[in-house]
Design a protein around this ligand. Structure first.
Ligand code: SF4
Length: 293
């Protein structure tokens, strides 16, 4: 198989490209997304929510390359044995190699308990519900001095979450998705951006391998329990039978997004009565969760 640009040996198929042209294609597509959706402000530090996995390290690599000395890594350590320590090491190696500042915030220090410990006592609670709520809260709390939080969400992640919200009849939640989420005018809320929004997972994996970004590609042990893994398998099957399915989900969703945002943007922003962080109710989900665990 030859590269469609130069006839060198292709290292990636669909599009068929050699190493040099695949890297150019990947970086240009991310730059176009950043520009089109105005993801990165002209000034200020960029907080990259880093898990140590391929998606967040590729995001960190590119933002550090495009905006030198502005990107910093923030890792939330949930306390998942056999998974998180390895990815903390991967992030440390990467940040040392590129001279990027990093910070680690742990559930244990913040709530007094690691996720594994919480789940041993609260067997009926879902790992991802606890983890997602606390992680979002801590990311926002510890990124107040940054202009944006960049995450490694990709085309696969986003098409999964769109379908999950449709299947759960959660239309309001759909209005909070997209390449750029949240409002910078909302006090206490740091805007979130997704530079890899249009990049497929297999493209990110190829890019990280070609760039020699070391990551062990392991998956959280709790991921198998998540509804998301069923939706992921379903979409992967559909994508094989009908290539372009995930891209179509994203494209259709982006056409609907302005209408959804208009419909659900009503209501004035509030601050949590307990911690002062932004919330749509009177007490934020993280404080409600803290009561339960
Ligand atoms: Fe947290 Fe669930 Fe993701 Fe594991 S799979 S890191 S528990 S949200």
């Amino acid at each position: 198989m030859k590269c469609k640009k130069c006839k060198e040996k292709a290292v990636f198929s669909s599009p068929n490209l050699c190493k040099k042209h695949f890297i150019d294609y990947f970086e240009n597509k991310v730059k176009t997304c950043i520009k089109k959706y105005e993801l990165i402000p002209a000034k200020g530090k960029i907080c990259v929510a880093t898990s140590g996995g391929k998606d967040s390290l590729v995001t960190l690599y590119l933002l550090n390359k495009f905006y030198p000395l502005r990107a910093e890594a923030l890792l939330i350590d949930e306390g998942i044995q056999g998974y998180r320590p390895g990815s903390i090491d991967d992030m440390g190696v990467f940040c040392n190699q590129y001279g990027i500042k990093s910070k680690i915030i742990s559930f244990k220090n913040e709530t007094g308990k690691a996720l594994d410990t919480i789940l041993k006592k609260k067997r009926k609670m879902k790992a991802c519900a606890i983890c997602g709520t606390l992680r979002r809260y801590l990311l926002n709390k510890y990124s107040k001095s940054y202009s944006v939080i960049a995450t490694g969400h990709n085309l696969d992640d986003e098409s999964q979450v769109i379908i999950m919200n449709h299947l759960r009849n959660n239309i309001e939640q759909l209005s909070r998705l997209g390449p750029k989420t949240g409002s910078k005018s909302r006090e206490g809320f740091v805007q979130r951006v997704k530079p890899l929004y249009f990049m497929a997972e297999k493209e990110i994996m190829a890019f990280s391998l070609l760039k020699g970004i070391k990551t062990n590609f392991s998956e959280c042990p709790y991921a198998v329990e998540a509804y998301r893994s069923d939706v992921r398998d379903l979409l992967n099957e559909l994508e094989i039978k009908q290539p372009g399915t995930k891209q179509s989900i994203i494209d259709n969703f982006l056409k609907m997004l302005p209408t959804l945002q208009k419909e659900f943007s009503k209501g004035s922003p509030k601050s949590c009565e307990v911690c002062g962080e932004p919330t749509s109710g009177t007490v934020c989900n993280a404080c409600l969760m803290a009561e339960l665990i």
